[in-house]
Design a protein around this ligand. Structure first.
Ligand code: MN
Ligand code: MN
Length: 299
């Protein structure tokens, strides 16, 4: 692994995230948001590591726009925009919560504070469980709840979730951070009325290859090849294949690939008490004396 690759991708993701943070998205559809943010990533010379997630209110994560998705952002909504850039498979994963209702500013601040306090303690050898404790303590001191069953993760080339988890609560055991390994830290915060957990929802609109085994359906195999060539094992959305296939046919072929277990579909994640959720996320690489936050905002 070369840190330079991660830093280069991180800078692109950070620039796009800061653009997302200051923009007024009220009145825009989630389709417009996802397409615009993805194009900002591509314009800067990176590919998308996954479809931009635009998860509204009690949906914590894993919602991306359907083709021409009409869901429109209201001035009372709180939206987590989670974006990923990659160059040669080196990934930058970062997120910001936008909110135009002052009532929820505290929730957004708690996610940012928790992320900040986690970043300030990082160096090689720090225990993931201690990061989790810092995140949990920061959030609770501000009067909110962490989401216990969502966590950060290690990253590898072309792999977003590479096996290690960075918890958002204190937990027993776990591992210590390695030098020159990339990780993402992503506190999710809900209100005191929240359950502090997410459950799977019915909607599934993010997909990834599971296996490249042939399906005996020529057109489905052609789609599987297209997915492999364009997205490798990384997640993709239906929007990303409807330039090559008509939407109806794309859905049918994707269903075949899912039934044959060649492709996996990820459900949206919803707060169990349907309370609002805020998120903040950085990608970072620990070192002896501290940390390189690859997605840090430029001064
Ligand atoms: Mn993310
Ligand atoms: Mn992540």
């Amino acid at each position: 692994m070369t840190i330079e690759n991660y830093v280069k991708t991180g800078k692109i993701a950070a620039e796009v995230r800061e653009m997302v943070r200051v923009k007024d998205w009220v009145g825009k559809t989630v389709y417009e948001i996802c397409e615009e943010v993805e194009n900002e990533i591509r314009k800067r010379g990176a590919k998308c590591a996954f479809p931009v997630n635009a998860s509204i209110n009690e949906i914590a994560a894993h919602y991306t726009a359907e083709p021409n998705d009409p869901i429109t952002i209201k001035d009372t909504d709180l939206v987590k925009i989670d974006l990923g850039a990659q160059i040669d498979g080196y990934i930058a994963d970062t997120a910001v919560t936008v909110c135009y209702d002052a009532q929820f500013d505290g929730l957004v601040q708690a996610a940012e504070e928790a992320l900040g306090s986690a970043m300030s303690m990082i160096k090689t050898g720090v225990k993931a469980s201690d990061i989790g404790r810092t995140i949990e303590t920061t959030i609770k001191q501000m009067g909110f709840k962490p989401i216990a069953n969502l966590s950060g993760h290690s990253l590898e080339q072309y792999t977003i979730h590479a096996g290690k988890s960075i918890p958002n609560i204190w937990s027993i055991g776990g591992f210590s951070l390695s030098e020159n390994t990339a990780y993402a830290c992503e506190p999710f915060v809900t209100t005191e009325q929240g359950g502090g957990f997410v459950r799977n929802g019915k909607i599934k609109n993010i997909f990834a290859i599971n296996s490249r085994k042939k399906t005996k359906n020529d057109e489905a195999d052609k789609l599987l090849n297209f997915i492999w060539e364009n997205f490798n094992m990384l997640p993709f959305a239906l929007r990303w294949i409807t330039k090559e296939w008509e939407e109806k046919e794309a859905r049918e072929l994707l269903d075949i690939l899912i039934k044959k277990k060649a492709v996996q579909a990820y459900p949206v994640l919803i707060e169990v008490n349907e309370q609002r959720v805020a998120q903040a996320e950085h990608t970072f690489i620990p070192n002896e004396s501290g940390v390189t936050v690859t997605t840090k905002a430029l001064e």
